[in-house]
Design a protein around this ligand. Structure first.
Ligand code: ADP
Ligand code: MG
Length: 263
């Protein structure tokens, strides 16, 4: 059965960086929920806290105040080992620069999270993950034998192999050309809608169980944001607004006014 609850919830989350001469606010009392089946874009000027928000939601970064809950479990209450297991099982993370291991094939990269979890990956599940992103014919290729768009789709397959509740993507199209970027965005849209992917597997729900994931994507691109169900705008670590059913035009207009505000 598909869950309808919040995959990730941030409750009054604060994060301050104190390493420099002056403390820097990363997040300032941010409360936000990410539900299964909903694709959220996070936008805001550079330095507004978008990556901090994603890392806090993934438990990659501790917070100074408030709570982060993943599938109802508060991350602050977990021991390191428990946090590692929860992250591995519940969270898929996609980076702008793909972060694939260059010496491993596509299939080995996709299988890696299962291996790290001490499982022996089944050939069929790795093949299904690759098919879901339309790359079943490339399983033996190494990253440098694939285009940027293909590498990012491998990274998405790797994020999906553990059937996470949430997929967090930090500027996943930032290093891609327009066409490859659109393919990755369609893939993320399909994930939220409960489809396996837009590739060869079509809408066959070949990865996971047919349930929509919570998908959260940081982007600078209003067209990318228009693939989402809503856009959350950040300024100076705070939520500055939410736009439902965003179009590229309305998103761009809102960004322009926020950037003026941030100056
Ligand atoms: P964005 O992704 O929106 O560009 P970030 O979340 O990366 O913004 O950063 C938010 C603020 O926190 C910025 O002012 C940034 O300089 C600061 N910051 C982020 N990470 C660190 C860090 N590890 N140490 C110190 N300051 C940081
Ligand atoms: Mg960032």
């Amino acid at each position: 059965m598909c869950t309808t609850s919040l995959a990730v919830e941030l409750r009054a989350v604060r994060k301050t960086y104190s390493s420099g001469p002056e403390p820097v606010v990363g997040l300032d009392a941010v409360s936000l929920g990410f539900s299964a089946g909903v694709f959220t874009a996070i936008m805001g000027p550079s330095g507004s806290g978008k990556s901090t928000l994603l890392r806090a939601a993934a438990g990659l970064e501790g917070v100074d105040g408030g709570q982060v809950l993943v599938d109802g479990t508060e991350l602050g209450g977990l021991k390191d080992r428990e946090l590692t297991v929860l992250r591995r099982e519940k969270i898929g993370f996609v980076f702008q620069s793909f972060n694939l291991l260059p010496s491993l094939t596509a299939a080995q990269n996709v299988a890696l999270p299962l291996k790290l979890a001490g499982r022996r990956p089944r050939r069929a599940e790795v093949a299904a993950a690759l098919a879901a992103v339309g790359l079943d014919g490339r399983s033996g290729h190494r990253p440098d034998e694939l285009s940027g768009g293909q590498q990012q789709r491998i990274a998405v397959a790797r994020a999906l192999i553990s059937r996470p509740s949430v997929v967090l993507a930090d500027e996943p199209t930032g290093a891609l050309d327009t066409r490859s970027g659109r393919e990755v965005l369609t893939l993320l849209r399909d994930l939220a809608d409960g489809c396996g992917g837009s590739g060869a597997g079509g809408c066959g729900c070949s990865v996971g169980d047919g349930c929509g994931r919570a998908v959260v994507m940081v982007t600078h691109d209003p067209v990318a944001a228009s693939y989402a169900d809503r856009v959350v705008f950040l300024v100076d670590g705070r939520i500055a607004g939410v736009l439902d059913h965003p179009t590229a035009e309305r998103t761009a207009a809102r960004m322009t006014s926020l950037e003026a505000l941030a100056c």
